[in-house]
Design a protein around this ligand. Structure first.
Ligand SMILES: C[S@@+](CC[C@H](N)C(=O)[O-])C[C@H]1O[C@@H](n2cnc3c(N)ncnc32)[C@H](O)[C@@H]1O
Length: 269
């Protein structure tokens, strides 16, 4: 992976690319046409931060770059809202109720679920461990907040390993500022990478994420810690017919068309 700017002559974008390269300890590739051996270019443009796929898996190479695009998510039309119903129910939000949980999204990825929940009025701390995913997420959330300033206090991003964060909350040894500002957490939300095998049905953005981050095989550890942190419930997003994340059966399951939400009640409040 290299970091670039487009257009590379733009001094602000060059500066942003330089800062990112330093922060992420990645090589800079500001001169066109760029390095022949880079598979991915993390590119600062005037509109956004995006990931351009130059090599690797032919099913994702070329074509549209990948970015964290939250504001195009349909949160208002009836079809858009009905798609969100299973998530809403899984989070414990009843129709007509004013209750809005505080959520620790421990596998934030592109932040789409975190954004949906924040748009519905929840407070969400979105935690992502992979540095490139976290950079894309941070950029997407900043742009979403610029467009919807009321989300600023409700949607925060943290670049961290959630296992460490959850453990630190359990130990009460260290509560990071953002976690303290948003927590304690009613819900811990987990959406680790779905088991591979459905790869062809996966969108390009998710294929790229899988290529970058792998299969999240340690997700069962996260579930065990999440149970100790969530005041009310842990919600796990799974493919419709996949096994549960660990040997515990969920208390409630909310099914959508191609996925389901396994809910583990904790009632620690
Ligand atoms: C399937 S994606 C999540 C998609 C997300 N729900 C969305 O709506 O865009 C899973 C993400 O969780 C991240 N992840 C997995 N385990 C993590 C952990 N222990 N700490 C932080 N991030 C983690 C991965 O790096 C990956 O980006």
């Amino acid at each position: 992976v290299c970091v670039s700017a487009d257009p590379a002559a733009d001094v602000h974008l060059r500066q942003r690319a330089e800062n990112l390269a330093t922060q992420l300890a990645l090589p800079l590739a500001l001169e066109s046409p760029g390095p022949a051996d880079a598979d991915l270019l993390l590119t600062a443009t005037s509109a956004r931060l995006e990931l351009r796929v130059l090599g690797g898996d032919p099913t994702i190479r070329g074509g549209h770059p990948v970015a964290c695009e939250l504001t195009t998510i349909d949160t208002t039309s009836p079809p858009g809202r009905s798609l969100q119903q299973p998530l809403l129910k899984a989070l414990g939000i009843r129709r007509g109720s004013a209750y809005r949980p505080t959520i620790l999204d421990a596998t934030a990825g592109y932040g789409e679920d975190a954004y949906l929940a924040a748009s519905m009025g929840c407070s969400v701390l979105a935690v992502e461990r992979h540095p490139i995913m976290a950079a894309l997420l941070d950029d997407g959330v900043k742009r979403a907040v610029a467009q919807h300033p009321h989300l600023a206090s409700r949607l925060k991003v943290m670049h961290r390993h959630s296992r460490e964060l959850l453990q630190s909350i359990i130990d009460e040894s260290f509560t990071p500022r953002d976690a303290a500002a948003l927590g304690p957490f009613d819900v811990v939300y987990l959406d680790p990478m779905f088991p591979s095998g459905r790869k062809t049905a996966e969108r390009k953005a998710m294929k790229v994420a899988r290529w970058l981050v792998g299969g999240d095989e340690d997700a069962p550890d996260l579930l065990a810690l999440a149970r100790q942190v969530a005041r009310k419930r842990v919600v796990v997003k799974r493919p419709l017919h996949a096994p549960t994340l660990d040997e515990h059966a969920p208390d409630v399951v909310h099914r959508g068309k191609s996925l389901r939400f396994d809910v583990y009640l904790t009632h620690r409040a």
